[in-house]
Design a protein around this ligand. Structure first.
Ligand SMILES: Cc1ncc(COP(=O)(O)O)c(C=O)c1O
Length: 390
């Protein structure tokens, strides 16, 4: 037998989330009802047009004339064109700069395979844990520089003194729920231009942005196309967490230090390792751009946003320091009386409320818990009542 990949062994064991899950399970067994405000998954049924599109595409497989075999690894043009026409109408993005992928997890974790193991990587703290794990698997455990998201800076990342080769930015951010200002993102683009760095921009929650001056795409910033890969997902936007579909934009002018096209490298990589996502799922994603699709999806997002806002207002009324929740489905809540995130999580669980302790997202998540607005309205209402009695 071969030895295990030693980089995999450097990953933090899953003790933390397992322990949290065990506590929730124990509570469930001993209790009537759990109010899950920790959930980072969708809870509402999919838009009807999405289901119809999948069924229709499946039916096409009955006929030789409409049958589909292997599709292009980079995705079908019918979906890429819809993305260009809708999401990048006013941007100079070309069809071969778009790559359809399965969930963003795939592209976010594999993109780092394209670059030298020696690259210095900047990762937000707190952040979605995947960025760190993917870079540890790639042998960069010692090369990670954490970029603090602090309350006193409105949870926006400041520029580092050190030169970074790759920077992961996520806005609106998970877990803080804050969308970075245009000014902050411009600083990062300028930094990347000056230092010849690559930004990987995670826009998983872009569909939740409604604040007037908050930008949805980093390409709204001058020169961003020279230094940024943008990724978006249909998961939270259109409920595709089980269907799996997302996309990346890799502008052709982005080159590695050794002058290789990142777009060509990714093309080569996915041709070998991926092979594209299924035709019915790409048809379902296409349907989300129809007039009916947009209406149905907007309605679902609006209801998540309303629930999140109700939760945010409720928490503030109860005297909590609660952030985010305006342009994202997440609220970042300061634990009262300097409690640790685990202690506050435990206290909330005593009241049947499930959250995510901030420490699970990085060391600077300590002292916070994440509430999610993906829960239904009745759950949120009941949770606020229980919180009031805490
Ligand atoms: C910030 C962030 N990026 C990416 C993802 C992964 O999304 P997908 O479902 O497309 O894999 C998530 C999932 O929760 C997320 O929170």
């Amino acid at each position: 037998m071969p030895k295990a990949n030693s980089n995999l062994l450097k990953l933090k064991k899953d003790y933390f989330f397992n322990k949290i899950e065990k506590k929730v399970l124990l509570k469930k067994e001993s209790n009537k009802k759990i109010l899950n405000l920790g959930i980072g998954d969708i809870t509402q049924p999919l838009a009807p047009i999405v289901i119809e599109a999948i069924k229709f595409a499946a039916d096409e497989m009955r006929e030789e004339k409409t049958l589909k075999g292997y599709g292009p690894s980079t995705g079908y043009d019918f979906l890429k064109q819809k993305i260009l026409d809708n999401d990048y109408k006013n941007f100079d993005i070309k069809i071969d700069e778009i790559f359809i992928s399965s969930g963003m997890k795939y592209s976010l974790s594999n993109i780092s395979d394209l670059f030298s193991e020696k690259s210095i990587v900047g990762i937000l703290d707190p952040a979605y844990p995947l960025y760190t794990d993917a870079n540890i698997i790639n042998g960069r455990k010692q090369n990670i520089v954490y970029l603090p998201l602090l309350e006193e800076n409105n949870f926006e990342p400041l520029l580092p003194k050190k030169k970074l080769d790759i920077i992961y930015l996520c806005s609106p951010n998970n877990p803080t729920g804050i969308a970075f200002s245009k000014k902050n993102l411009k600083n990062w683009v300028d930094y990347a231009k000056k230092n010849n760095s690559l930004i990987i921009f995670d826009g998983a929650y872009e569909a939740f942005i409604t604040s007037k001056n908050t930008i949805k795409s980093i390409y709204e910033i001058e020169n961003a196309k020279d230094v940024t890969i943008e990724m978006r997902s249909f998961s939270k936007k259109a409920g595709f967490t089980s269907l799996r579909c997302s996309y990346l934009v890799i502008p052709k002018n982005i080159k590695t230090l050794d002058n290789l096209s990142v777009n060509s490298l990714w093309n080569r990589y996915i041709d070998t390792k991926f092979g594209g996502i299924s035709y019915p799922i790409q048809k379902a994603a296409e349907a989300t751009y129809s007039l009916v699709g947009k209406t149905q999806i907007d309605e679902i997002i609006l209801s998540y946003k309303k629930n999140t806002k109700y939760l945010l207002d409720g928490l503030k009324k109860l005297g909590y320091r609660a952030y985010g929740g305006i342009d994202s489905p997440y609220i970042w809540c300061k634990c009262p009386k300097n409690a640790s995130s685990i202690d506050f999580f435990d206290r909330l669980l005593e009241k049947n409320i499930v959250t995510i302790p901030g420490i699970g997202f990085g060391s600077l998540g300590e002292g916070f818990v994440r509430f999610s607005g993906f829960a239904n309205f009745e759950t949120i209402k009941e949770a606020l009542l229980n919180l009031g009695a805490l």
